[in-house]
Write a protein that binds this ligand. Structure first.
Ligand SMILES: Cc1cc2nc3c(=O)[nH]c(=O)nc-3n(C[C@H](O)[C@H](O)[C@H](O)COP(=O)(O)OP(=O)(O)OC[C@H]3O[C@@H](n4cnc5c(N)ncnc54)[C@H](O)[C@@H]3O)c2cc1C
Length: 375
């Protein structure tokens, strides 16, 4: 009998496990894969996440990004130097997620990997968690942190997040410049391509943000990689779901919470998922800790906190995306090519400013280019 069972040992699950165990609560993490495991993800992560841990993340960070290079149809480049406080890190998800879980284990959390949760039942104020290898576990509370493809939201009777396709391409090659991230617009009309350096190559990703799923995201990404000079004989292509924020949702039910990507919290303008997943893992742990200590409305407040501290900004990001990816050519000229605009985007990623502070002005500026007189 545990205080809390956490389903999924990804970024959200590891964060929640660490913070709950640190508060002295008994925690069991169930993970279906064998750890460390690869998760299709390009691993770009905001420096803002450091504030949510009281240990250094340095051993789990593989590169520091100090420059961003943005292009429109592979030309018209804009280069931005990132200030030291704004330097984005790149993580290898097998290393990073395992590191978080190890920190949780040091605080007393129990991990059982190679164990898939196949069903949950709320019986007599306890969750009974059933696994694929026939074991059953009991806990007072449950955190579902099972990611974009997870089934836990459905099992808990909560709304499932909307899934869309994203593609990751991992290329093994020598990396002449390991401090620059590339963002390519225009090659995909309703989305963009990103390319992060990693220790032995590049990690590229693509997704779309508005309208219908493009016919061949994989081909668009591999064509871009080849055209940018990468040799693809040593490469791996992965398709994976991405759950962009699409409105606030109820994230709690009887003694259980959704955290991470299955809560549908990925930024609908940039596809950033790690920072919100970690943030929600932290907030889920705080809420369950309070509930265990007797607070009767802690879980309800968790839904409210995610709405106020993340959802409000995501609503702005969604409005911005609705405009930007419908007229990407104009948007690139107005939104990217202008001095200051890209820096503000970096500041948003770094958590220094919020969408709500700048998006309205950006939308007005963009709208005025489309409909003269609107700005
Ligand atoms: C192609 C691509 C590129 C991306 N690039 C970036 C990027 O550069 N930067 C960024 O910030 N975000 C990126 N993201 C988003 C980011 O990867 C996710 O938002 C993030 O991994 C979500 O973390 P999580 O902990 O919620 O879920 P996950 O990291 O997916 O972890 C969930 C875990 O739960 C386990 N699990 C699932 N079901 C069960 C079950 N029934 N029982 C037990 N275990 C279970 C899974 O095996 C998994 O280990 C990218 C996503 C994609 C698809």
């Amino acid at each position: 009998m545990f205080d809390c069972i956490i389903v999924g040992a990804g970024a959200a699950g590891g964060t929640a496990a660490y913070h709950l165990a640190k508060q002295g609560k008994s925690v069991l993490v169930l993970e279906k894969e064998s750890l460390p495991r690869y998760k299709p993800c390009n691993g770009g992560v905001s420096p803002a996440i450091a504030q949510w841990f009281d240990f250094t993340l340095t051993p789990a960070l593989s590169q520091k990004i100090t420059k961003a290079r943005l292009t429109w149809k592979m030309g018209d480049a804009v280069e931005v130097e990132l200030s030291p406080s704004d330097s984005i890190s790149v993580v290898q998800r097998d290393v990073f997620d395992h590191f978080l879980i190890q920190q949780a284990q040091k605080q007393g959390a129990t991990l059982q990997d190679k164990t898939e949760v196949i069903g949950v039942e709320f019986k007599g104020e306890r969750w009974q968690v059933n696994t694929n290898n026939g074991e059953t576990f009991l806990a007072r509370y449950l955190i579902a942190a099972d990611g974009a493809n997870g089934e836990m939201s459905k099992m808990l009777g909560l709304q499932e997040p909307k899934r869309r396709m994203a593609v990751a391409l991992e290329v093994e090659t020598s990396v002449p410049d390991n401090s620059t991230v590339h963002f390519e617009f225009g090659t995909l009309k309703n989305g963009y391509i990103w390319k992060f350096p990693k220790p032995n190559g590049y990690s590229l990703g693509i997704t779309y943000f508005v309208g219908k799923e493009p016919k061949d995201l994989k081909k668009i990404l591999t064509d871009y990689a080849s055209q940018s000079g990468l040799e693809l004989s040593q490469s791996q292509l992965y398709e994976y779901s991405l759950c962009l924020w699409d409105g606030d949702r109820k994230l709690h039910t009887e003694n259980a919470l959704l955290a991470g990507e299955n809560a549908g919290i990925v930024d609908p303008f940039t596809a950033e998922g790690l920072r919100p997943s970690i943030f929600s893992g932290l907030k889920a742990a705080e809420a369950i800790n309070q509930a265990l200590d007797g607070s009767s409305d802690a879980l309800e407040k968790y839904t409210q906190t995610i709405k106020e501290e993340w959802g409000v900004d995501m609503a702005w990001a969604q409005r911005l995306a609705g405009l930007f990816y419908r007229v990407p050519g104009i948007a690139y000229k107005v939104g990217v090519n202008l001095p200051g605009a890209t820096n503000r985007m970096v500041q948003i990623l770094c958590g220094e400013i919020r969408y709500s502070q700048v998006a309205e002005r950006a939308i007005k500026r963009l709208s005025s280019k489309l409909i003269p007189g609107m700005g």
